[in-house]
Design a protein around this ligand. Structure first.
Ligand code: NAP
Length: 490
């Protein structure tokens, strides 16, 4: 790529990207390739990679198949396994970023703290000071970013080592120790499976059981990798087949469009439990009372064998408080611990919440979203012109490839940016009536999804809004195929 060529064609058009995770890297590469002016990526940390930078806990594996979890323009023949370890995904993102010179565009240690729209431009301020005006701002801040710490009495009084799973302290050894893990989501399940053989005792504090689907994580052979390298079209067909299975099967099942697939998932989870847990009492405690897919489905063929081991204890009596030496539960027991891991998840509803974002009419984004966040087709918000979201409100989340979602959103956003650059729209500002109609339909559609079928999960915000996309993935691609100019202010 010739950077000079790009600068010639796109001068005087400044774009800010917030976040250098997968979405930010994607946007930077694509905009650069399109020759769209000056691109700056503001990253609050000192490294790129987003959630794949932050999460380094033992056992971290992405449960989206490797060949689906990649950018379409950067297929990777070298994935080691069906489901990639987190460190491999981090390395992949770094490699892609290096190949396309993304790091040249990143300003590390720059947390965006203020954005104000004034006369067609966004004035952007970071913790390092005023960064000037930008024609377009793209938020790629991610949803698995703000750790949730449990509000449990005495948490601060624990005298052992204690950290959130997304802040794993690698200076702390867990070998031969008594470990407590709070939570039973994907993270806790993976950590439990990874460390059980190394610890003296593992106490897993479960508030709610999860459905767990078994999927073997096979290694790719050298021959398979060589074949993918030599015949990239084979990777494309693997990708297409995985996308078809996931989008037509799982994605359609959870939004009430494929009951047969949902039944198969439910049976698969039950089978996993039946095959691996013989103890009737333990099985009862591990059996959820809601449908598979209601909470984000957990994928693991190792969890049940791990939790059945002699040195594992599934604690289902509720936690009453935490003391210096361990956790007390409602049955009066004190579980003594050396290390406590908080696998208590993330708050996915806080897009840009820590920044003051002042829109065209003087209202802040936090005010606009006081009763829950919403967007026009997941990517932009009325009265916040030329501000775009990748992975924004109601993006397809859960058991989807975020990279696939972000590419779909970005292709649409790029078209909108092009309309501004070519003078077809003065600014991209979705009409509020149209946005309201979109969100009314979205809420109506949500009623048919498995997420609202009777469980609590991180998909819900404080007002009962569900964070995900309630239609099929096909509909997502359709909605974002071409901008409808009549939906925007002119
Ligand atoms: P999570 O799914 O939100 O699970 C959090 C767990 O902590 C739940 O079991 C929750 O119990 C429990 N918890 C929270 N507060 C608690 C409290 N005060 N007392 C007792 N228990 C409490 O979080 P996660 O496992 O980190 O996963 C988050 C998301 O990250 C996943 O759903 C997935 O999207 C992504 N992820 C993906 C992978 C992967 O690709 N393999 C791996 C890890 C994470 P309740 O169920 O009762 O609320």
């Amino acid at each position: 790529m010739d950077r000079k060529d790009n600068e010639k064609t796109g001068k005087n058009f400044r774009i800010a990207i917030i976040g250098s995770g997968a979405g930010g890297i994607l946007a930077a590469i694509k905009l650069y390739q399109a020759g769209v002016g000056e691109i700056t990526v503001f990253e609050k940390a000192s490294d790129l990679g987003g959630t794949w930078r932050d999460n380094t806990y033992p056992g971290l594996v992405c449960d989206i198949p490797s060949h689906l979890y990649r950018f379409s323009f950067a297929p990777n023949p070298d994935w080691s396994r069906t489901f990639s370890p987190g460190s491999e995904i981090y390395s992949y993102l770094r490699r892609v970023a290096e190949k396309y010179n993304v790091e040249e565009m990143i300003r590390y240690n720059n947390e965006v703290i203020r954005l104000e729209y004034y006369e067609g431009r966004w004035r952007l301020e970071t913790n390092q000071g005023d960064q000037g005006g930008f024609d377009v701002v793209i938020s790629a801040v991610g949803i698995l970013h703000h750790p949730v710490y449990p509000d449990i009495e005495g948490l601060d009084s624990f005298e052992g080592d204690c950290f959130h799973s997304a802040r794993w302290d690698h200076n702390v050894s867990y070998e031969g120790k008594r470990i407590g893990i709070i939570g039973t989501g994907s993270t806790a399940v993976q950590i439990t499976s990874a460390i059980i053989d190394d610890v003296e005792k593992l106490s897993l504090f479960q508030r709610t059981p999860q459905w767990v689907l078994a999927a073997p994580n096979d290694f790719y052979s050298q021959e398979q990798k060589a074949n993918y390298r030599e015949n990239p079209e084979e990777m494309t067909s693997v990708y297409n087949s995985l996308a078809q299975t996931l989008n037509q099967g799982f994605a359609a099942a959870v939004v009430g469009q494929n009951d047969e697939a949902l039944a198969i998932i439910q049976q698969g989870c039950q089978q996993n439990l039946d095959d691996n847990i013989q103890d009737a009492e333990l099985k009862a405690r591990l059996t959820p009372n809601y449908s598979a897919g209601c909470k984000r489905l957990v994928v693991s063929d190792q969890f049940y064998p791990a939790v059945s081991k002699q040195n594992a204890e599934l604690v289902t009596d509720s936690i009453t408080r935490i003391e210096a030496k361990g956790i007390c539960t409602a049955d009066g027991r004190r579980h003594e611990l050396d290390v406590l891991v908080l696998a208590t998840g993330f708050d996915p509803h806080r897009f840009l919440a820590d920044a003051e974002v002042i829109g065209g009419d003087g209202q802040t984004l936090n005010q606009a979203w006081a009763r829950g966040n919403y967007a026009y087709k997941t990517v932009c918000v009325p009265d916040f012109p030329n501000l775009f979201f990748l992975g924004g409100p109601n993006s397809p989340i859960g058991n989807f490839s975020y990279l696939l979602t972000a590419e779909t959103q970005f292709a649409y956003v790029e078209k909108l940016i092009s309309l501004i650059r070519h003078g077809k729209l003065k600014e991209v500002n979705p009409k509020s009536g149209i946005t309201q109609e979109f969100n009314t339909n979205l809420k109506k559609e949500m009623k048919g999804t498995v997420w609202v079928s009777g469980c609590q999960s991180w998909y819900f915000d404080h007002f009962g809004n569900v964070a995900s996309w309630p239609w099929t993935f096909d509909k997502f691609e359709q909605e974002l195929s071409e901008p409808d100019l009549s939906d925007f202010q002119n």
